[in-house]
Design a protein around this ligand. Structure first.
Ligand code: GLC
Ligand code: CA
Length: 557
C-alpha cells in the first residue's frame, strides 16, 4: 500500500446545525465552528468533515441541496466558508465537505427546469418515466418508505425517481451532462483549498436497468433497494472517472459512504488506484439490521462487535485503509448502542473508544463522542425530527407493535440521538445557543459537558486526548498507523484483544463486560502505554493481566 498524507491523521465529524451557534438563532453555524477550532486543535484532530452546509430546504437536514455553489444563510456565507478553510489551514487542519450527488433537492433549479420541460435537456438529468394509474415502473422501496416513484409536479402523466425522500430526486448519472456538472463542482471547491470530501450515498448512483420488480419483503408489495443494487453493474466507470477528473489531480482525501460492496471490489474502491482514499467500515452498524425495519433489528453483543471488526480488518489487509467509527449523524450514540444497557459508564465509554480508535485505519470522532454523549432515550412523537424515525414508527405500528413499543424502538435507532446539540457547558441549553435550540438538548448535559471534562484528568475527553497523543507519538506512530491487526484470544468471551504489529509489537486488550477477567499475555509486558483505570493488576512475571470491569489497556510486548 502506498503511503498517503492523510494516513497518520485523526478525523472529526461536525454536524453543523448542532455544533455551536454563534448568533443566537438556535442553529449551529460556520462562525460557531471557527470559534471552536482551537478546541478541536487541542483535542488533536486534523481533518474536519462537515455535514452539508449548502443551500437547502432541509427536507433531509441539508442532504437535499438546492445550490452546490453556495452556503445556506442559516450557516453563514461563502466568505465564512473561505475563512473557515483559511483558519483551519493556519492550524494545519483540513476541511472536508459532504458531496451529495446521488440526488439534489426538488428545489434545485435543475429539477424546477425539468418540471417545466420534462422532454428537454434538464428532464434528462433525472429519471423521469411515463405514468399510468395503478402501475409503477418497478417496485423499489425508497429508504425513507414508500415507492421510489412520485408524480412529476405539473405533469400528472409523468413520474420521477427518488431512492431517498420525494424531495430528493435522483440524478441520472448515465447522462454525461450530470457527471460533468458534478466534476466541475467538486473541482471548484477543491480549488478553494478544501481537503476533500465525504461522499454521500454513492453506491446508489448506478441503477440496474431496465427497471424490474424484485421479491417483496413487506406487506407493502415493495422491495428493499439492496436487491436492485446487488444487480447493478458498472458503477466503477463512473467512480473511476470521478476520481481521475477531481480527487486524483488534487491529491484530495475522499471517503465513501459505501454500503452493499460486492465481493472482491475492495481493491477497486480503496486500493492504491482506488476510486476513493477510504471507505467507512460499517460492519458493526450494519450488523443485525433487518429489511423488515428497525423493530426487527438486533444489536451486536460484545463478541459480535469484535468479530465484525476483525473480519473487516482481515478483508482489508494491506489493500487500503478503512475509516473507523463508532457513530455518525445517521446512527445512535455508540456508547448507548454497543455497551449493554445499564453498563454505560466512564470506564465502558473509554473501552469502546480504545477498541475502535486503535484499529488500523483512519479514526473518525463524531462531535460529542469525545465527551461520551449518550442517546436521548424515549421522547414524545411530536418531538421527533428524523424523517427516518418517523417512517420507522409507522413501520413498527404496521407490524403490530403498540404506540409505546414503537416509540421505544425508534428511541434506539433514531438519528436524532446523534443530532442533539453538543453539550459545551452545564449552563442553559448546554451552552450551545443563547436562543432556542432547533432540536432538544439531551437533559444529561448538566453532568456530561465539555467544560466539566476539560480540567478533569479522568474524563472521557482526557482519555480521547491520550488516545490521539498515543497514535501520534513518534515512538509508536508507525506501528499504530501501518502495523497489521492480529486478533488475540479471539475466542475468549467478552474479551476484545488485538496486536498492532509493525516496528513494535503492541497489544490492545479490553475486558468488554462488568465482571473482572484475566487475560494471559503472549509474552512479557515491557511497557504499559495506556490504561483507563488508575492501576493495573498484573502477575509478577508480567505474563497475565487481571482486568477490572471494562478495563482497557495498551501494552508494549
Ligand atoms: C446518507 C446520509 C444521510 C442522508 C442520506 C441521503 O446516508 O448520511 O444522512 O439522509 O445519505 O442523502
Ligand atoms: Ca446560528
Amino acid at each position: 500500500m502506498e503511503k498517503k498524507w492523510w494516513h497518520d491523521k485523526v478525523a472529526y465529524q461536525i454536524y453543523p446545525k448542532s455544533f455551536y451557534d454563534s448568533n443566537g438563532d438556535g442553529i449551529g453555524d460556520l462562525q460557531g465552528i471557527i470559534s471552536k477550532l482551537d478546541y478541536l486543535k487541542d483535542l488533536g484532530v486534523d481533518i474536519l468533515w462537515i455535514s452539508p452546509i449548502y443551500p437547502s430546504p432541509f427536507a433531509d437536514q441539508g442532504y437535499d441541496i438546492s445550490d452546490y455553489y453556495n452556503i445556506d444563510p442559516t450557516f453563514g456565507t461563502l466568505e465564512d466558508m473561505d475563512e473557515l478553510i483559511r483558519e483551519a489551514g493556519k492550524r494545519q487542519m483540513y476541511i472536508l465537505m459532504d458531496l451529495v450527488v446521488n440526488h439534489c433537492s426538488d428545489e434545485h433549479e435543475w429539477f424546477e427546469k425539468a418540471c417545466a420541460d420534462p422532454y428537454g435537456e434538464y428532464g434528462n438529468l433525472f429519471y423521469i418515466e411515463d405514468r399510468k394509474e395503478g402501475e409503477l415502473p418497478c417496485n423499489w422501496r425508497s429508504y425513507f418508505g414508500g415507492p421510489v416513484w412520485e408524480p412529476l409536479p405539473g405533469h400528472p402523466d409523468k413520474q420521477y425517481m427518488h431512492v431517498f425522500h420525494k424531495k430528493q430526486p435522483d440524478l441520472n448519472w448515465e447522462n454525461p451532462a450530470v457527471r460533468e456538472e458534478v466534476y466541475k463542482n467538486i473541482n471548484w471547491w477543491l480549488d478553494k483549498g478544501l481537503g476533500g470530501f465525504r461522499v454521500d450515498a454513492i453506491i446508489n448512483i448506478k441503477k440496474a436497468l431496465p427497471y424490474k420488480d424484485y421479491p417483496s419483503d413487506r406487506d407493502d408489495g415493495l422491495s428493499d433497494i439492496a436487491l436492485m443494487l446487488a444487480e447493478a453493474q458498472g458503477i466503477g466507470e463512473f467512480l473511476g472517472e470521478m476520481q481521475a477528473r477531481t480527487f486524483g489531480p488534487h491529491d484530495a482525501f475522499s471517503v465513501g459512504e459505501v454500503f452493499n460492496l460486492k465481493e472482491g471490489e475492495l481493491p477497486d474502491f480503496v486500493g492504491d488506484k482506488g476510486y476513493f482514499s477510504s471507505i467507512f467500515d460499517f460492519s458493526t452498524t450494519s450488523f443485525g439490521k433487518s429489511d423488515k425495519g428497525w423493530y426487527a433489528c438486533k444489536k451486536p453483543s460484545p463478541d459480535d462487535y469484535k468479530k465484525c471488526f476483525f473480519r473487516s480488518q482481515e478483508e482489508m489487509g494491506d489493500v487500503g485503509f478503512y475509516s473507523n467509527i463508532i457513530e455518525n449523524h445517521d446512527e445512535p450514540r455508540g456508547v448507548s448502542y454497543y455497551i449493554p444497557e445499564g453498563e454505560v459508564c466512564n470506564a465502558s465509554k473509554k473501552l469502546l473508544a480504545a477498541m475502535y480508535f486503535l484499529m488500523r485505519g483512519l479514526p473518525f470522532i463524531y462531535q460529542g463522542q469525545e465527551i461520551g454523549m449518550e442517546n436521548l432515550g424515549v421522547v414524545p412523537l411530536d418531538q421527533v425530527d428524523d424523517i427516518s424515525a418517523l417512517d420507522q414508527y409507522q413501520v413498527s405500528l404496521d407490524a403490530g407493535l403498540t404506540p409505546e413499543e414503537a416509540l421505544k424502538v425508534i428511541s434506539i435507532y433514531s438519528r436524532d440521538n446523534a443530532r442533539t446539540p453538543v453539550q459545551w457547558t452545564s449552563e442553559k441549553n448546554a451552552g450551545f445557543t443563547e436562543g432556542t435550540p432547533w432540536l432538544m438538548v439531551n437533559p444529561n448535559y448538566t453532568s456530561i459537558n465539555v467544560e466539566a471534562q476539560e480540567n478533569d484528568p479522568d474524563s472521557v475527553l482526557a482519555f480521547y486526548k491520550k488516545l490521539i497523543a498515543l497514535r501520534k507519538n513518534p515512538d509508536y506512530k508507525e506501528t499504530l498507523v501501518y502495523g497489521t491487526v492480529i486478533p488475540y484470544l479471539e475466542d475468549q468471551h467478552n474479551l476484545m484483544a488485538y496486536h498492532r504489529k509493525g516496528e513494535k509489537d503492541l497489544l490492545v486488550i479490553g475486558n468488554f463486560q462488568k465482571d473482572p477477567q484475566t487475560a494471559v499475555l503472549p509474552s512479557t509486558c515491557k511497557n504499559l502505554l495506556l490504561n483507563n483505570y488508575q492501576d493495573l493488576d498484573m502477575n509478577e512475571e508480567k505474563t497475565a493481566v487481571h482486568l477490572k470491569g471494562y478495563q482497557a489497556i495498551v501494552i508494549e510486548l
